[in-house]
Ligand binder design. Structure first.
Ligand code: C2E
Ligand code: CA
Ligand code: CA
Length: 489
């Protein structure tokens, strides 16, 4: 008996088909919902990178077909680090509002033919037909002015830094991926050079290639199997820090001499590379963790060797990058390095930046307590440049704050810097923290610092960073002079 002559089987078929259709409808609805979700950013209601890809292809198609081929420009707008800081530190709702306001500010300036996309949390992309050269410059002027207006909240205002990278179609690329890649390289350069915007040029590509080459060679340098081999390429310099108790005429009475350890990369073909260039690369690649581990051992062994040679009482400060600071084993590495040499941990200061503290204050407090438990001293580097609030400092077990050289550079000429430094001195005193000024280059600045009550100095006026044996010679000269240091003329 076949199904056609069986009413029960036919009935079953009808039910199945109905269920299949309903299932199909549900699926289609889900796909449409999903498409809507991925096509629109919920915070701003703007189209996302999925739409960007489609619409950029369409715009390229239209531009190719148009007779004048005037083309268009692609702009990538990135919100700066302080947006990330606000997102992490300020109560929820604030960063969402900033994004929404940013989207409104951008959209208000656009013509009907322009397109805007919200491609990542902190990134917007604009496609602006026929807007290049002078016309684009005047648009950028308005855009940057709008974006640099403060966002106002009850209790605080914040100006979000932005950088813009620009590329032109067809001059800088004929297809979607090259036009976006080149705008991306331009925005990277704008951030690095702290410029509000940069228009793509081929030299930027060369710089990006060089960065990748450097990144690869740092990987090779650190990946060598034996940690000791790092010493073949990385060298450590020591910059003196003087802790003083009197200033008579131009002569300082020195109570204690310390050193900040600063790394340099002796690249096999490129020569000496400074840390500002390669530390960010080591951070990006995660190689800062093994490199930092090596540094900690080097530093502790150096202290032990000095103590053994009778050069006692020298302190060393070591910079910890944010990734090292947050890595689970940093405290463990210090502990095993200290245990294996028996040095006094009180002679070791760990310098961390404000960003480390305030990006995630709870995690930072846990880390700092671990370091404190080991007996290490803790210092906040580049103080005054970040987003931190002085009133939160007491939450952390700190020993020292280091005033950024930005405030010291023009101390003799700039009244505002003097006001800031004076208030830092009194806050440090109130919180029972030591205070050191870095980047002291002029005797006038040191005299002002002395008069304000700051008693510790580091900078080219005292000495540039030195090789280990030169640092010891510097220290021995001061000791031989009865711990007096005469300021150079
Ligand atoms: P930093 O911790 O603020 O170090 C001070 C920088 O200022 C050093 O540059 C130093 O040579 C320079 N400097 C010192 N005195 C003066 C002065 O009077 N005038 C001027 N204009 N500059 C002065 P350097 O050695 O190039 O280091 C740059 C940055 O690289 C450091 O800034 C630190 O953030 C990072 N860094 C250096 N060594 C290490 C390291 O071993 N580990 C990590 N994670 N970062 C490091
Ligand atoms: Ca430092
Ligand atoms: Ca510093």
């Amino acid at each position: 008996m076949d199904d056609a002559s069986n009413p029960e089987a036919r009935e079953n078929d009808v039910v199945e088909t109905r269920e299949l259709r309903a299932e199909n409808r549900r699926l289609t609805q889900k796909v449409a919902e999903l498409e809507r979700k991925i096509s629109l950013q919920p915070q701003t209601g703007l189209p996302t990178h999925f739409r960007l890809e489609l619409e950029l292809d369409e715009m390229i198609e239209q531009a190719r077909e148009s007779s004048d081929r005037k083309g268009f420009s692609a702009l990538i707008i990135q919100l700066g680090d302080n947006y990330r800081m606000v997102r992490k530190t300020v109560k929820s709702g604030v960063s969402e509002w900033i994004l929404y306001q940013t989207a409104c500010r951008i959209t208000a300036l656009l013509r009907p033919i322009d397109r805007v996309f919200h491609t990542h949390e902190n990134e917007f992309v604009l496609l602006l037909p026929e807007l290049k050269g002078q016309l684009l410059a005047s648009f950028l002027g308005k855009l940057l002015a709008r974006l640099s207006e403060p966002h106002i909240f009850s209790g605080f205002n914040v100006v979000i830094q932005t950088a813009v990278g620009i590329s032109y179609w067809p001059e800088h690329g004929e297809d979607r991926s090259s036009i976006l890649h080149h705008a991306d390289i331009a925005v990277g350069a704008a951030i690095e050079e702290r410029k509000p915007y940069i228009l793509f040029k081929p030299e930027l590509l060369q710089a990006a290639v060089e960065k990748v080459e450097l990144q690869n060679s740092i990987i090779r340098a650190i990946e060598k199997p034996v940690m000791e081999r790092l010493g073949e390429q990385f060298v450590l310099h020591y910059q003196p820090k003087l802790l003083c108790s009197s200033l008579e005429g131009r002569t300082l009475r020195v109570d204690r001499i310390e050193a900040e350890i600063l790394i340099r990369w002796n690249h096999p073909t490129k020569g000496l590379i400074m840390p500002d260039t390669f530390i960010p690369l080591a951070e990006e690649t995660g190689l800062i963790v093994p490199l930092g581990k090596w540094l900690i051992y080097q530093c502790v062994q150096r202290l032990a060797a000095w103590e053994k040679a009778g050069k006692t009482g020298i302190g060393i400060s070591l910079n910890l990058s944010p990734q090292q600071f947050h890595s689970d084993d940093a405290a463990q590495v210090f502990k095993s390095a200290i245990d294996s040499t028996g040095i006094d941990p009180g002679n070791l200061t760990v310098e961390i930046t404000e960003t480390c503290l305030f990006e995630d204050p709870c995690a930072a407090a846990v880390m700092l307590e671990r370091f404190e438990g080991l007996g290490l001293r803790l210092s906040v580097d580049d103080f005054g440049t970040g987003f931190s609030s002085l009133s939160h400092l007491h939450r952390f077990p700190l020993d020292e704050i280091k005033i950024d050289r930005l405030f010291i550079e023009h101390l003799d000429a700039n009244r505002q810097d003097r006001i800031i430094v004076r208030s830092l001195v009194s806050i440090a005193r109130g919180l029972g923290l030591s205070l050191i000024a870095e980047g002291v280059e002029k005797a006038e600045a040191l005299e002002i610092l002395w008069e304000m009550g700051c008693r510790a100095y580091q900078g080219y006026l005292i000495s540039k960073p030195l090789a280990a044996q030169d640092f010891i010679a510097f220290r021995d000269r001061i000791a031989a002079d009865g711990f007096k240091f005469r300021l150079p003329d």
